[in-house]
Every structure is written in C-alpha cells, then in structure tokens.
Design a protein around this ligand. Sequence first.
Ligand SMILES: *Cc1c(COP(=O)(O)O)cnc(C)c1O
Length: 419
Amino acid sequence: MPFTQLQIELDERAAQSLLRKRRTLDTSQSPHIVLGGTTECGVANGAGVPPERLLPQTAGCASNVSEAHGKPYLAFCSNDYLGLASHPQLVAALQQGAQQWGVGAGAAHLVSGHFAPHHRLEQQLAAFVGKPAGLLFSTGYMANLGVVQALVGKGDTVFADKLNHASLNDAMLLSRADTKRYRHGDMAQLAQLLAQTPNGRKLVITDAVFSMDGDIAPLREMLALCEQHDAWLYVDDAHGFGVLGRQGRGSLAHFGIDSPRIIYMATLGKAAGVSGAFVAAEQVVIDTLVNHAHSYVYTTATPPALSVALLQSLQLIERGDALRAQLQQLVQRLRIGLADLPWRLMPSDTAIQPLLIGDNAQALQLSEGLRERGIWVAAIRPPTVPQGTARLRITLSAAHSEADVDRLIGALHELTRRS
Ligand SMILES: *Cc1c(COP(=O)(O)O)cnc(C)c1O
C-alpha cells in the first residue's frame, strides 16, 4: 500500500484524541439543527474500503452508520453570530441575484468576472468601515494569503501574535519575509522586536478578535507602535465585523481608530452570514493587491449573486442593533450561569466564549456528554490551540434564545456533578 505511513500517522492522532471528524447537517444553519451521521475518515471504517466502492461524495470518508440519523441538536458552534445565514431576506436576495446574474462568474476579476454587484459591494463595504477603497476575495483564508504576499517579501519583516489564525501564519510563510512572533498580546515584546528591525518594510499582522480565545487585540496600542516604527498594521476582523462597533462596523469602530497605515480585512461568511471576505484600505494598497495578490489574480470570481445577497446582509448588519443587543445579553447570561463550574470561561466579551478544559480527552468527553444531551459544542484541541489548552469553544448567536443558553448551562452543571 503506497499510503501505509499516512494511516499510521492518522492512527497516532486518533490515539491522542486528536483525530478530526466532520458531521453532516441535514438542515440549514441555525441554533436548532438536525445532524446526520458522523463522517469518519479512515481509522474507524473508511480504512480498507477500496476507493471505487465509496460514493463519489464520500470518497475517503465513509459515513459512520453507528450513529442515528436525523437527530435534532441545539448547536453552539457556528460563527453565524447574527443569525443571518438562513435569513429569509438573504435567501430571497440570493435567489433574485441568481435570476439576474446567473450562477457562476465565469472568470477571474481581471479577466471578465468582475460584475456590477461585486463592485457596488466593494464600495459599500469600504465606506461602511471608513476606508477609501475595498476589494473582494473568495475567502478570508485567500485574502490573508494574498495581502501579506503582495505587500511584503524577502528583506521585509512580518510581526505576528502567536495566537493568530492559521491563515495568517500560512500567509507570512508564503510571503518569504522574515517572521517575528510575539507572545499573545505582549506589546512590550512587539515594541522590542520592531525596534530591533531597522531595514525593510514592516508589517504587523493580527486577529482583531482571537478566533479560539474571544479576546480583542489592543489595536490602539498596536497602531501607536506602528506609527512610532513606521510599520503597517494588518487587522483580520473575521469575528468583529458585524458584531463590534457602532452599527457593527467592526473593530476599528470599536476602538475609534483610523489611520491610512491600517489595512483592514473582514470575512463575509461569519456574522455577515454568506461567504467571502474583503480588504479595505488606501486606494494605492488596493491597486497593489489587484496587481500582485496571487490569490486575487489567479482565481475565479465568486458568483455575483453572492454579492447581491451580501448587499442585503450589509443593510441588516447596519440596522442590526437589536441583534447585537440580544447577543450581548446572551453572553452575560452564559458567563453568570457558568461562573461556578470547575472549568473557567476564558476572559472574553465577544460571542466566542471558550471553556478552558486543558486535557484533550477530557474536552472530547465533555463535548461527547453534551452531544448525548442533544447539545453540540465543538472541542478544540491542538494544534489549533496550544498543547494543554483544549477547550469547548462555545459560540453564541443572536438567533439563540435565553432558554437555549439555560439548557447549555444546565447540561454543563449536570456533567460536572457526574465527573
Ligand atoms: C475564519 C477565519 C479566517 C478565514 O476566513 P474564511 O472566509 O473562513 O476563509 C481568517 N481569519 C480568522 C481570524 C478567521 O477566524
């Protein structure tokens, strides 16, 4: 077998409770979903099945029939923070968009794939976050790869928080710039590293809201350091856009900061409820990306209908104060309700409320215990988070009710008494 070594590595991962599995949703994204069977790669039952005997859509990932199909769950693991992913107005906008613009863009933006709805959306998004120009990318992952690769290269330096999202880490490697990583949130170390770097372009890259911790980067201090050392600041606001700041304008609005040296990125598949990402910055930065960001230039544009849906989503975000208030209320309710557990919620005011467990197997066991009670919370383990910090990543949405949150609080207390 040419892939024996791969199987051994997967088995080792499984032995450490680190094997990743996927679950199939049989209903649209919402706190109340129906889950199909576990799809389990390799180890459990995919192993030994010749690929030609697997259905095309499950090749390499046979469905685990041991789990009952069609079971309802209360879910706390999506990033659909405002509950827009299945919003009827967005569904209608997407349908209307497909009627008018078809399904596929047919080409890259620089060829013949840049449609009027893409362009209008870029302009509106940039204005919404207070920047002169904007650019759409297919995903946040691709935006990060493209921006860092286009702005810095050999002889330049990227400064990065150690807990940055994986896509930012990959982006700095791809750029071939020197990389300097500082301890999470450690501004003194960042200042020191900046001071030690006299030559080349300097780019500081950071999550605005850390995706696995929920805390917010000290962007005001970071901007001051960037000004002092003539560095650029690249802010990944995947979890802040739509949620933080006046009218959901994001992390820059949250801090009330604005500077031409800030390059802003947010994703459109989380609070915005659809798919994609955008960068907003000075026109010269956007023009540079259009010319040099490979993940922009060499890929097919997203379907224009998605931009039609996103234009609608932007309106709902702007008028979404009630949704954001509901979300904040649920965050407070959860934090009060879980204050007496043996495990600690990490310090966070955002929709991301991780419960720090530590041990991989115990985190998995708790997640499993919740699952038995019809509640779905993802156990996040290394390498996504540092060794010894496995956690239940609870995420809240404006679509949750107080009763939903109370059910989670009750179940976690029950599991505590049992363990
Ligand atoms: C989700 C996420 C991304 C990737 O965005 P996608 O649109 O899902 O590719 C990038 N950065 C952070 C911080 C994220 O949480």
